[in-house]
Structures are given as structure tokens and as C-alpha cells.
Write a protein that binds this ligand. Structure first.
Ligand code: FAD
Length: 465
């Protein structure tokens, strides 16, 4: 196998050394996987097409991976003998089109790499990437429905994509959106997602790499802002904070709105606020980006008005600035708290108080503090008007693993019972989602998989397909 793959991508881009295979059998989750048989690092769409031809001919499973920063076990092989296709060698920026304000990239580029490049040219992305954007790639995020920086104004990654280039299991190369045209007859060009036929882009979004290999993506870009404003608002209760959060989010005033949901979370990220403002139970941080300073300031003032109406007050701008200006680097410091047990999902903003109350009940029941665990509760505004809620628990002491697993399980059940749905699924969420899925929906998913990947070689067993 190594030999055949070397002929396609070159010897230096293929490895079956044990330490490489071990590292590729893991992601950022605590789950364990099977070792792949070989890892291959293609440089082009054409090479991926040839790999798929080979895999189809030999009926060998393939697993596409980007930065392998998923916290949900979505990249780790569930079947033996797989070829792991690592896309991180495909980082080209193919085109920046100022006319249609889009950027087309190879999907192995990281979010931080892309943001940096665009900034140099005077542009920003709408959705800037998940908070793991130093490692996370555009292709991984589009496959896993990422939500993160900039989602309050622009939605998650999938709301920001115009079109895709996807290699199918047959080795065929598909272009979606306005890229459907036949190059030999017409101009080639992706500038619109919704046009002549069905939305073929959507079929592949959030598929966790089960329907094809995304090799290029076209995303929306915007001019860099000329005015920015930051503010942190303190509240004496989660109920008041959620009401203000909801009103700000539905008014579309901010680039980002992020909430810290209890005193424990504030203590971990912005402890000085607790000593200065005694009754602070919750903080809402907002970031405004606009075409000029006046407009940005005006929008911030409108947010302040909303906050005052709901009993909150302005307390500074430390958190909003740290959150936005450090972007992907802020969360990394939290690894010092221990291994992450995460439960990211989306939910209506109004349901946050009930969820946080439920988590506090679990924290008491399992004596999380006494047992040396810590947590952060945060929630991010997501277009159009919902929130991505994150309750992350940290475990330093491995000996108490059983406790954290019990809480983790109860928390995920509760999060779904209280109106939440996960966005990146993987091993983390699959058992909880699959037992609730509507049979008609799931049968359609199976039919889609069967049509696009009849031999079931792309990421088999994911979603139990
Ligand atoms: C510190 C930290 C913070 C994080 N914060 C967030 C956050 O705020 N929001 C969020 O959503 N996630 C977050 N994550 C999780 C992770 O970063 C994101 O899900 C990210 O989008 C994954 O990108 P990746 O390139 O690492 O994908 P991988 O982990 O490599 O892959 C993810 C899935 O996509 C598939 N895949 C990858 N590339 C392709 C491709 N080109 N074609 C087809 N399928 C493909 C894989 O098979 C897998 O199923 C965080 C992770 C860490 C470690």
C-alpha cells in the first residue's frame, strides 16, 4: 500500500511508522481509536482523486483529517486498516476575489493562517474559526459544523461558505454552488451558493467526512473594520443576563457576544471583577466592529441601554478585549486546568438559566469542587438568534475519572432534554443523538451515504453508517 501511495504523493508524504500511526489514532478527546494502516499527506485535489480511485479499487477505508483538533473523537479510526488522508499539506489560497468578496482556499489551511493572510490584504472573514483555530482547518470545521469566533454576527462556519470542491468516493471531483458549470463550455467560477439547482454544498456540510473529501472551499470575506468597541457587562443573575443577551443578539448589534455563566467561570478568566463588583454572578462581553468609530460607539451605547433595562451595568472591557484580541490563544491557557471534558451544543438563549441550574445541581451532587474538578460555563451568540453553550469540566486527578464520566453522561442527557442539539457530533455525542433521531431522517441519511459512497469506504461507522 505504501508503495502505491508513494507513486501518487511521493515517498516523503507517506508513513506507516508506528509513532506516526499512534499519534493519528488520537484527537483532542479522551477516546481511543484503532491505528490506521498508513498516513498519507497529499498536496493536490488530483492526488486525492487518485487515492480515492485506489481505495475504491481495493475497498480500503479512508479517513480524511485536518488538524485533528476535534474534541469529540471524530477523526479517530473506528475500523482497522484505514488510509488516513491528512489534508494539512493543502494550504494554498487559491483566489481572493474583491469583486465578489470571496476567498477560495485549499481546505487544509488553518483558520489562524487564513486570517493572518487576509488581514495583510485588508480583509476579514465573517466566521473566523473555532477557538481551536491555531490547529483547526477550514475543511475540518466545515465537516464538523464549527461554531466560534464571529458567529454572533455571521453564524457558524457553514453559514459562511459559498461553494465547495469535493472528491467523491468514485474519485470524481464535484464543484457546488455556481461552480456547477462545465468548464469546457463556460467560465468556471464560484460566486453564489444558491443558484440554478439544489444546494449541493449543504449535502456535504457537517457530514463529519462521511460523504466526500472537501478539497477546496469558497468563503465570504469583508473589509477590515475601521471602528471597534468593547464592553463587559455585569449582572446579578443568569436570568437577567440571558434576557439582555437575547435582546442584543436578536437586534444584530454585535460582532460577538459571549457570556460567562457563573462566579466560578468568572473566577477562572476574569477574577478581578469579582472583588471589584461584589454581586457579579454573570458577565456578558460584547465586541462591535463597524465601518467607522462613531457607528461602533453608537452600537455599544445601544447595547448598554439594553443591559441597563435588564438590570446589568458596564464594568469594563478586560474580558471582551482579551477574548477578541487573543482569539485562539485565550482558551489554550485553560489546558493548565487539566484535561477538557466538553459538551458544546447549541440551544435557544432563553434556555440557558435552566441548563446552568441543572449543571449546578450536578456539581453539588457529585461534589465537583471537593473532588478537585473545575469548570467554565460560557455561551456565545450565534446567528440568527440562538447560542452555543459550552460547559467544560477539567480533571487534574486521573484517579477520580469515574466521577467525571458520570457527570459528563448526565450532563449530556440533560443538555438534550433541555432543548439543546450538538453541532459537532463524533463519539462524544453520537449515542445521545442517535437514540433520539427521527427514523425518516436517519433513513434518508443512510440512502444519501449509500448513493455517494456505495462501498462505505469514507469514514465508515461514523453516525453508525
Ligand atoms: C482548544 C480547542 C478549542 C476548540 N474550540 C472550538 C470551538 O470554539 N468551536 C468548535 O466548533 N470546535 C472547537 N474545537 C474543536 C475543533 O477545533 C474544531 O471542531 C475544528 O473545526 C476541527 O478542525 P480540524 O481541522 O482539527 O478537523 P479534524 O479534527 O481533523 O476533523 C474533524 C472532522 O472533519 C473530518 N474532516 C476533516 N477534514 C476534512 C476534509 N477536508 N474533508 C472531509 N472531512 C474532513 C474528519 O474526518 C472529522 O470527522 C476546539 C478544539 C480545541 C482543541
Amino acid at each position: 500500500m505504501e508503495l502505491e501511495l508513494s507513486k501518487i504523493v511521493g515517498k516523503q508524504n507517506v508513513s506507516s511508522e508506528e509513532f506516526v500511526l499512534i499519534s493519528y489514532s488520537e484527537d483532542a478527546s479522551p477516546y481511543e481509536g484503532t491505528l490506521p494502516q498508513v498516513v498519507v499527506r497529499p498536496q493536490s485535489t488530483h492526488q486525492i482523486s487518485e487515492i480515492m480511485n485506489l481505495a475504491t479499487e481495493l475497498k480500503i477505508p479512508v479517513i480524511p483529517v485536518g488538524g485533528r483538533s476535534s474534541i469529540n473523537g471524530s477523526t479517530i479510526p473506528r475500523v482497522p486498516n484505514a488510509i488516513m488522508i491528512d489534508l494539512t499539506g493543502m494550504t494554498d489560497i487559491i483566489e481572493i476575489n474583491e469583486d465578489t468578496m470571496i476567498v477560495t482556499v485549499q481546505t487544509g489551511i488553518t483558520w489562524s493562517g487564513l486570517i493572518h493572510h487576509l488581514k495583510g490584504k485588508g480583509f476579514k472573514l465573517g466566521f473566523r474559526g473555532p477557538y481551536g483555530g491555531n490547529a483547526g482547518t477550514v475543511g475540518g470545521s466545515l465537516s464538523a459544523n464549527s461554531i466560534g469566533c464571529g458567529a454572533s454576527a455571521h453564524g457558524g462556519v457553514c453559514d459562511n461558505v459559498i461553494g465547495l470542491e469535493v472528491v467523491l468516493s468514485s474519485g470524481e471531483i464535484l464543484k457546488t454552488g455556481s461552480g456547477w458549470r462545465n468548464k469546457s463550455i463556460d467560465m468556471d467560477g464560484t460566486f453564489a451558493r444558491y443558484c440554478t439547482f439544489n444546494d449541493m454544498t449543504g449535502v456535504f456540510l457537517g457530514d463529519h467526512g462521511t460523504l466526500g473529501i472537501k478539497t477546496a472551499a469558497t468563503l465570504k470575506i469583508f473589509p477590515l473594520p475601521k471602528g471597534e468597541a468593547y464592553s463587559d457587562f455585569g449582572f446579578s443573575s443568569i436570568e437577567k443576563a440571558s434576557k439582555a443577551f437575547h435582546e442584543i443578539q436578536k437586534s444584530h448589534l454585535v460582532e460577538e457576544a459571549v457570556m460567562l455563566g457563573d462566579r466560578n467561570s468568572i473566577d477562572l478568566l476574569a477574577s478581578s471583577y469579582l472583588s471589584t463588583f461584589e454581586n457579579t454572578e454573570c458577565i456578558l462581553a460584547i465586541i462591535v466592529e463597524e465601518a467607522d468609530e462613531k457607528l461602533a460607539q453608537h452600537k455599544k451605547e445601544l447595547c448598554e441601554k439594553i443591559v441597563r433595562k435588564h438590570g446589568g451595568k458596564s464594568i469594563g472591557m478586560f474580558l471582551s478585549k482579551a477574548h477578541w484580541l487573543n482569539m485562539f490563544n485565550l482558551v489554550q491557557s485553560l489546558f493548565e486546568e487539566g484535561f477538557w471534558y466538553n459538551t458544546c451544543h447549541i440551544r435557544p438563549i432563553s434556555t440557558l438559566p435552566r441548563l446552568i441550574d441543572k449543571f449546578h445541581q450536578l456539581a453539588d451532587k457529585y461534589k465537583l469542587k471537593e473532588n478537585g474538578f473545575n469548570w467554565i460555563i460560557s455561551a456565545l451568540g450565534v446567528d440568527h438568534c440562538f447560542t452555543s453553550g459550552w460547559i467544560t469540566m477539567y480533571m487534574k486527578d486521573d484517579l477520580k475519572k469515574d466521577i467525571i464520566y458520570d457527570v459528563w453522561d448526565e450532563l449530556r442527557e440533560a443538555e438534550m432534554e433541555l432543548d439543546g442539539v450538538p453541532y459537532w457530533t463524533g463519539k462524544l455525542w453520537e449515542p445521545y443523538a442517535l437514540k433520539r433521531v427521527n427514523p425518516t431522517f436517519y433513513n434518508m441519511l443512510k440512502k444519501l451515504k449509500n448513493t455517494l459512497d456505495p462501498l462505505n469506504i469514507i469514514n465508515p461507522n461514523t453516525f453508525e453508517l
